[in-house]
Design a protein around this ligand. Structure first.
Ligand SMILES: [Zn+2]
Length: 248
């Protein structure tokens, strides 16, 4: 559970996500892990970066940076801690290659694209990139499957894993569902929640979009999942997001 962005967290989000997964018989191994339970590990990672002199403090405002596509390194000399500041990590000319089981290989140089990026926010919260790099860099994590909407983050996470000497997983970025305007279906774009009472129909739709269709008729949830597991092929999924005209 990515639950570090406390100002934006909804108290019911976690329960409703788990209820929806259960309704679709999509179950998980072990206990649910919450980023909010791992803050000491993220703080430790921040201290490691600090000890290697790879981070600095930045008070640039959002407005100051609005017109810029990448952070220009304005505060690079601010290595000494100051109050009310974000913490940024230094980027360099290393070329990150994201080997993806679905998408084509991409190469990114962070110093030319995003520049030094935030690892701890000005409000003191650990940034998504750092928490995710620490989580996904654990040796027990071998494969990360997530939506194409997150693929531009991956080189930043690989950078942090390299600096922290963590082991990167293998990635697969899979297509997401878009509304008629081309935005990913999500709470922010006011998409309706998944209807848990239509689990079989929902899965049939998704399997067809994942190149596993049309699924056989008259299957119950477990038969449908078993059918799909037999045919599951990341290489067949394709890289195009799917636009839903009705928004349902
Ligand atoms: Zn700055």
């Amino acid at each position: 559970m990515d639950d570090l962005d406390t100002p934006r967290n909804s108290p019911t989000a976690e329960t409703s996500i788990l209820r929806t997964l259960e309704a679709h018989h999509l179950l998980w191994d072990g206990l649910v892990q919450r980023q909010s339970d791992h803050i000491p590990e993220y703080q430790q990672a921040l201290e490691t970066l600090n000890a290697k002199e790879l981070v600095y403090f930045c008070r640039c405002s959002r407005r100051q940076l609005k017109a810029l596509s990448r952070y220009p390194g304005t505060c690079r000399n601010q290595m000494a801690p100051i109050d009310d500041a974000a913490i940024r990590v230094l980027t360099d000319s290393y070329v990150y290659r994201v080997e993806d089981l679905v998408a084509a290989e991409r190469r990114t140089r962070l110093d030319q694209t995003v520049g030094d990026f935030i690892v701890r926010r000005r409000d003191g919260l650990i940034a998504y990139q750092l928490a995710t790099a620490v989580d996904d860099g654990q040796p027990s994590i071998t494969r990360v499957i997530r939506g194409t909407d997150l693929s531009s983050n991956t080189p930043r996470q690989l950078h942090l894993m390299r600096l922290l000497e963590l082991t990167p997983p293998t990635y697969a970025h899979i297509p997401v569902l878009l509304n008629a305007a081309g935005d990913k279906l999500s709470k922010q774009t006011k998409a309706l929640p998944v209807d848990d009472t239509k689990a079989v129909a929902n899965l049939r739709t998704c399997l067809a979009l994942l190149a596993l269709g049309p699924p056989e008729d008259c299957l119950d949830l477990d038969d449908l999942l078993e059918w799909a597991i037999q045919r599951w092929d990341l290489g067949a999924i394709g890289t195009q997001d799917h636009r839903l005209m009705s928004g349902k």
